[in-house]
Design a protein around this ligand. Structure first.
Ligand SMILES: Cc1cc2nc3c(=O)[nH]c(=O)nc-3n(C[C@H](O)[C@H](O)[C@H](O)COP(=O)(O)OP(=O)(O)OC[C@H]3O[C@@H](n4cnc5c(N)ncnc54)[C@H](O)[C@@H]3O)c2cc1C
Length: 386
């Protein structure tokens, strides 16, 4: 067993950390106050990150990506948790793994532009009537002589405004789900309203409507009927990287601020960090962040070893998201009134943290998965030597 980072990993973390501190942190308040990131700034960020080789780091080197292992990727994702969602999207991209199933002309049309960041994409599974029950979607695609016709709708689609195309899950049979790459601007494809959220200011979450949208044969990603597997495979990695690792990063960032405040803020002529009840909040946060971090690293290591990490990622999704929730809640408490006041970013972190327990599978759904699996597999789920 080896628990230390090698020199390349330390350098990678340092590079990402510096980029976030110098390029992204200064933009956080602007995004929060105006509610969006303007296109010129977004483009400049993208170009700077790309020049440093920091765009599409999860994609293979042969395609122009960073070629990072799962573990190295989540080391970066942990740093991403230190700043705002939309800034991360623009600087480092969100290139979804199912695109690696592109074949033939699809490679030039969708895969390579996505890795290069010249075309961005969003993943669209959720519908107003199908959230946790992702297989219960109503959007459907009908085969025609020239391709497919798509009908239906999606909602809550993150970053839908900036995206040039969408990975859309659609029924192609009674119980069969396939995945399609759908370009914005196709006839019958309309983008609805931005559904305003409690947090994640600056990231739009859109409704999408498909009314007789014509798709050519090349729009089908992977095989007919493979869509659910592709979607769940993509979400598995997203849960580990964009929820698990980012939650640990965000909790770490908030915890650092909390420790600083506990040392600086004086009441009764002494720093509040001297009060045992405050110390308990600090200690519990440090303990829980460490536990969540090692779970994230372990699940990433499992993926790198080619193991099936689904249950471990479900555990990460629950534990890291809930750890973040507890840490930001304590931070508000330790900061007192200033934790609730918009003059400091703590209240923003509190709002931004809440979604981690909901998207990419709620805590309840993942607990259900873990419990079912534990009942079936027993100790193999928590004993490394079984
Ligand atoms: C900010 C944001 C961004 C998002 N981005 C995207 C995106 O980019 N693409 C995309 O496709 N989707 C996206 N989503 C959708 C997100 O993944 C869903 O909101 C999530 O999966 C939950 O579905 P739901 O909201 O329909 O809740 P519901 O499924 O209606 O759940 C409501 C409640 O019932 C509980 N529940 C449901 N079923 C069970 C069960 N079997 N056992 C126990 N409890 C249960 C849930 O845990 C929850 O507490 C986003 C959502 C938000 C809010």
């Amino acid at each position: 067993m080896e628990f230390s980072l090698n020199d390349e990993q330390k350098m990678l973390i340092e590079t990402v950390r510096r980029f976030i501190a110098e390029e992204l942190k200064p933009l956080e308040d602007t995004v929060e106050n105006q509610g969006f990131l303007d296109n010129a700034t977004a483009q400049a960020l993208h170009e700077k990150a790309k020049a440093l080789g920091l765009y599409g780091m999860n994609m293979p080197i042969e395609l122009g990506g960073g070629g990072l292992s799962h573990l190295d990727r989540i080391l970066c994702e942990e740093q991403f948790g230190h700043t705002t969602d939309i800034l991360i999207r623009r600087a480092f991209g969100n290139v979804y793994e199912p695109l690696l199933h592109c074949r033939g002309e699809q490679i030039e049309r969708w895969l390579k532009p996505a890795v290069a960041g010249t075309r961005t994409c969003a993943i669209t599974i959720t519908e107003s009537g199908a959230g946790s029950d992702a297989a219960g979607i109503k959007t459907h695609a009908q085969k025609t002589d020239t391709g497919w016709v798509l009908n239906g709708s999606k909602h809550f689609i993150s970053d839908g405004e900036w995206s040039d195309f969408f990975l859309v899950s659609a029924k192609t049979g009674e119980k069969e789900i396939s995945m399609f790459m759908v370009d914005k601007g196709l006839p019958g494809f309309t983008v609805g309203k931005d559904q305003k959220m409690m947090g994640l200011r600056g990231t739009p979450h859109l409704e999408l409507f498909f009314d007789q949208v014509p798709l050519d044969n090349a729009a089908l990603l992977g095989e007919v009927g493979q869509g659910f597997k592709l979607a769940m495979g993509a979400l598995n990695v997203v849960r580990l990287a964009q929820v698990g690792a980012r939650a640990v990063g965000k909790a770490s960032h908030v915890c650092e601020l909390m420790l600083q405040w506990a040392q600086e803020r004086q009441q009764f002529n002494t720093p509040i960090g001297n009060f045992q009840m405050v110390q308990q909040m600090l200690a519990d946060s440090v303990i829980e962040i460490n536990a969540a971090r090692w779970m994230v690293y372990h699940a990433a290591w499992m993926l790198d070893q080619g193991h099936d990490a689904r249950e471990h990622i479900a555990m990460v999704k629950v534990h890291a998201a809930e750890t973040l929730g507890r840490v930001v809640d304590r931070a508000v408490q330790v900061y007192g009134g200033m934790g609730f006041c918009k003059e400091l970013p703590i209240e923003r972190y509190y709002r931004d943290a809440r979604i981690y327990r909901i998207y990419d599978g709620t805590s309840e759904i993942h607990r259900g998965v873990i419990a079912k699996s534990a009942l079936k597999k027993g100790a193999a789920l928590f004993d490394v030597n079984r």
